[in-house]
Write a protein that binds this ligand. Structure first.
Ligand code: FES
Length: 130
């Protein structure tokens, strides 16, 4: 069994921001076909900043810890800043992930990114008035 850092264990045992946002401004869903894990991020945007970030993850412990960490890292950031959250940064914040679990951090960063893209494309479709 892989060895996890205390931070990973903490976010796995007490994940922050679990759930769904009603009427979200953006939703991003990603899945990994190999392990079958799924992650959905919901965001609310205010003044170009992430005002609320929630997630639902059906996956391994590392995926849950990653989602929780991504939600904390993203909260309050501008959209540009949040899009710069890379899997490597997430893994670093978690004080490392076992090698075979690094793909879990990709999912977290991707799901958040997708939610932001979803928000931006809706805004564009509405002529920038979102
Ligand atoms: Fe696939 Fe963790 S094992 S996301």
């Amino acid at each position: 069994m892989p060895v996890y850092s205390e931070k990973v264990m903490d976010h796995f045992m007490n994940p922050r921001n679990v759930g769904e946002i009603e009427n979200p401004d953006g939703v991003g869903e990603v899945g990994n076909p190999i392990c079958g894990d799924m992650m959905t991020f919901y965001i609310k945007v205010k003044d170009n900043r992430l005002d609320e970030v929630k997630f639902k993850t059906f996956g391994c412990g590392a995926a849950i810890a990653v989602s929780s960490m991504v939600s904390e890292m993203a909260m309050g950031k501008t959209l540009d800043e949040a899009m710069k959250i890379t899997p490597r940064l997430v893994a670093e914040e978690l004080e490392g992930l076992p090698k075979q679990k690094l793909h879990c951090s990709n999912l977290g960063a991707q799901a958040l990114n997708k939610a932001i893209q979803d928000y931006l494309s809706q805004k564009k479709a509405q002529g920038g008035k979102a």
